[in-house]
Design a binder for this molecule. Sequence first.
Ligand code: HEC
Ligand code: HEC
Ligand code: HEC
Ligand code: HEC
Length: 383
Amino acid sequence: MRLWIPFAVSAGSLLVIASFVGAGWDAPPVETTQIGYRGTGMYLEQDVEKLEALKASNVAPVAPWEADPEGDRAGDLYENVQVLGDLSDDQFNQFMAAITEWIAPEQGCEYCHDLENLAADTNYRKVVARRMIQMNQAINVDWGDHVGTTGVTCYTCHRGQHIPVNYWYDDQEPKPASNMSRAGQNVAGKFSGNTSLPQNALMDYLMGNETIRVHGLTPLPTGSTTAGIKETERTWSLMMYMSESLGVNCVTCHNSRAFNDWDQSPPQRVTAWHGIQLTRALNTDYMTGLAPVFPEERKGPEGDVFKVGCATCHNGVQKPLYGASMLQDYVNALDTKGPTDVPDYSTYVPSETEVMGTGTPAPATPSSSSALPSTTSVAAAED
Ligand code: HEC
Ligand code: HEC
Ligand code: HEC
Ligand code: HEC
């Protein structure tokens, strides 16, 4: 029995409803691209005006200068460099200049540093930035199945902003009036494309590792899956979020006559599968651990840190920055893994903790450059 037929029909009608519920109904002009075999309904429809705006806002910035890889290492020159120690002095300074442009173009170095003592970890943003560097290195080195050789930089997410434009958090508002279990439904979910699908699906799938697949292969729920309508709607919620994040339709990753069948799905679905694993890992291994370091205003209403989703990197396009890579200018800083030690963040006290970390490992044999007074390093960095 071909069970996917009723499924696809109900899938189609729900989708139509979902697209009307979405905030702001856009009138054409719409651009239609055929992305699959003729006759299979594989068309991508995109709003022409939105496309223009996206093209303008997804441009990779050029590096501040081309860094000289030769010369003394930052780990020897400076006092408290825990992750970027293998960079040459010039690479280190170039990277500091770049992250300033990517994260705090108006505030400058001061956004993360105590200008009297650049080695101090008293500013919480520097502690966060160090962990972000480790996260960024892990994405590029360990997650090639998703990010390919294009990779990401801080700019992919930050775009000149202190915190990325697109993030998510545990969304429980408005709280249900009684004990009626609505599974966070019947409100326009912020993180489910403004649909009234379950609003907390991202908690289950991009933090937790709940099963996303719901498709049964037997007429009764006795076989491979026992998922009901509730689970299916939750999957749908995630799928709406993913589609919105990339500015695509379901058919970019599925042949809509058989949503479950991998053999009929475009290759993008496999990349997306790796993207789901990647996003989970970023949230569980990096973002949540930073909770003790972030101040209250950097947390959601439930007290959790802001988290990474597909939209954090993708920002509405199918490949972040339309597939432009910025890595060639930051190979040592972002495409190579430095030390991966994680300090105990629960001990962090802003403006008091001088050095946050497992301690600066002393060089095995003291070299002449490591004896440089810190004022020299500061001057070098400010050049
Ligand atoms: C987004 C946050 C951020 C900004 C902005 C920033 N830095 Fe840094 N800086 C860091 C982090 C994180 C480290 C430590 C890196 C490590 O541990 O590997 C660091 C370390 C340093 C050090 C080494 C100090 C020492 O003795 O240990 C110098 C020098 C430095 N930065 C200079 C600058 C300058 C100059 C600017 C402005 C052009 C700047 N930084 C902007 C985050 C930042
Ligand atoms: C995958 C996306 C992503 C990448 C890549 C990324 N960040 Fe972030 N960053 C975030 C998110 C999300 C937050 C907000 C977390 C919160 O506020 O709870 C954040 C917050 C920060 C903050 C705190 C700012 C503040 O005002 O509180 C700093 C500093 C920072 N990132 C630096 C960096 C640096 C430096 C890099 C590159 C080495 C980088 N980030 C790469 C997602 C990213
Ligand atoms: C960016 C790629 C992508 C887009 C866009 C996308 N999906 Fe998915 N979808 C996936 C992946 C990957 C899985 C499998 C997840 C897993 O196996 O953990 C999946 C699974 C599903 C499933 C469960 C299939 C099963 O075997 O039970 C359904 C149903 C589904 N998607 C429907 C949709 C709908 C409806 C849309 C449009 C609103 C959509 N998807 C958009 C990538 C995508
Ligand atoms: C850390 C940043 C980051 C996150 C988070 C992320 N992606 Fe990606 N994604 C990328 C990059 C970079 C590429 C481009 C890879 C390339 O050029 O080969 C990409 C490519 C893709 C592609 C392939 C596009 C194509 O046409 O080949 C799909 C599909 C995709 N991502 C889906 C997702 C989904 C779904 C999520 C969330 C579950 C997600 N991504 C989360 C960075 C990210």
